[in-house]
Design a protein around this ligand. Structure first.
Ligand SMILES: *Cc1c(COP(=O)(O)O)cnc(C)c1O
Length: 396
């Protein structure tokens, strides 16, 4: 599977060792719940208050439990530095509002996580930041929308929520001028590493696959020390820092990331193939399927195809709702990347306020279902989906 990195160790090994300090004999992450630290001298305190790497001054600035998580993520992303946040949205708002000022311009894509889209649509204009939305599956779309001297940020998400469209990371990494950012939540470090392609910042909602157990709300951004130091300066004022307890759970989650992703990717591939052959199902989207319009790109930039897939239940809104309410193993819940298989029905939840045209632009139909494949036995999942599709067929 994945290639050994230059120091000879595979990512599967590094998820187990990353973030452990030299000489540390505790194998589980150590929790420092403390909000503050005593300093020997006034000078030392002042020095730490201005040092992005200091983690024994005040927890909003830094904390050893949070550092351990950040160091682990930086190592796995191939980054110089990382900063953890209290949520994925905390990380995204820090990048957007920490790097852009009034008068600046952002280029992003139409298909985005709903929270990110709201930030670009509703918050950025209030601060005088202009945002252009493009179809990022079209080659050259980002480059064509850049306004030289004005565009501060190009913000991509790949694979994108909910239809799993991909952005070509090499093309994004080759853009000159603006700072390039990828929300790589759907493809954690073992699956894809945006920085290897020249992208400047990689971010994750670690609430999802990285934490992996539905018990930590967490975000993380990785990149150069220079960019991360700048972000740190904003982040200590923004105050969306990670909680030590969540960072501890994030690091605990990382230790099993590779086996979880392998199982979820294998099950998702099998489930996607099963759904593709089912008469009640249309438009199965999974990067690992040959029918995915960007399957070749997925093979180039992803080592596994992940646990997310999307499909349409034939029969519209009623059939879609009947399906997600009829499964008994898969649960109807937002979020992804945990042990439990989760379903969302965008047309009646996240995208309920959209017009028919807007839904089409977001790649959603009334019957669209998003699946986050969990760790259950795939045969049980297929039986669960099959029975629920029979229920949907009765209302279609
Ligand atoms: C969940 C998610 C976010 C937001 O993360 P939170 O931890 O919920 O704030 C951002 N981007 C993507 C792709 C997500 O799935």
């Amino acid at each position: 599977m994945s290639q050994p990195n230059p120091n000879g160790r595979h990512p599967e090994t590094r998820v187990v060792t990353a973030g452990r300090a030299v000489g540390e004999t505790a194998l589980a992450p150590t929790l420092y719940p403390t909000t503050t630290f005593s300093t020997e001298t006034v000078d030392l305190g002042r020095q730490m208050a201005t040092d992005p790497t200091a983690d024994r001054f005040y927890t909003r600035y830094g904390n050893p439990t949070i550092s351990a998580f950040e160091d682990a993520i930086a190592e796995l992303e191939g980054a110089e530095a990382a900063r953890a946040f209290g949520s994925g949205m905390g990380a995204i708002t820090a990048v957007v509002l920490g790097l852009c000022s009034s008068g600046d311009h952002i280029v992003t894509q139409r298909q985005l996580y709903a929270g990110t889209q709201m930030l670009f649509q509703a918050v950025c204009p209030r601060f005088g930041i202009d945002v252009t939305f493009v179809d990022a599956t079209e080659p050259g779309a980002f480059a064509a929308a850049i306004r030289p001297g004005k565009t501060m940020l190009v913000f991509a998400e790949t694979p994108a929520n909910p239809r799993l469209d991909l952005v070509d990371l090499a093309e994004l990494g080759a853009l000159k001028g603006p700072i390039t950012v990828v929300d790589s939540t759907f493809a954690p470090p073992l699956i894809q590493r945006p920085l290897d392609h020249g992208v400047q910042l990689s971010l994750h909602s670690a609430t999802k696959s990285i934490g992996g157990h539905n018990d930590a709300t967490l975000g993380v951004v990785s990149g150069s020390q220079e960019l991360l130091s700048w972000l740190w300066g904003f982040a200590v004022l923004q105050g969306a820092n990670a909680a030590p307890f969540d960072a501890m759970n994030g690091l605990r989650g990382l230790r099993t990331l590779s086996v979880r992703l392998e199982r979820q990717s294998a099950s998702a591939q099998q489930l996607a193939a099963f759904l593709e052959g089912h008469e009640m199902v249309d438009n199965v989207r999974y990067p690992g399927l040959a029918s995915h319009p960007q399957h070749d790109l997925a093979c180039r930039q992803m080592t596994m195809f992940g646990g997310l897939l999307t499909f349409d239940v034939i029969g519209g809104l009623d059939a879609g709702r009947a399906f997600v309410e009829a499964t008994t193993i898969a649960r109807l819940a937002t979020s992804l990347g945990g042990p439990e298989t989760l379903l969302t029905h965008p047309a009646s939840t996240t995208h309920v306020g959209l017009t028919a045209e807007e839904k089409t632009a977001s790649g959603i139909t009334d019957g669209t279902v998003r699946v986050s494949v969990g760790l259950e036995h795939v045969d049980d999942l297929m039986a669960d989906f099959s029975a629920a599709l029979d229920v949907a067929a009765q209302v279609a």
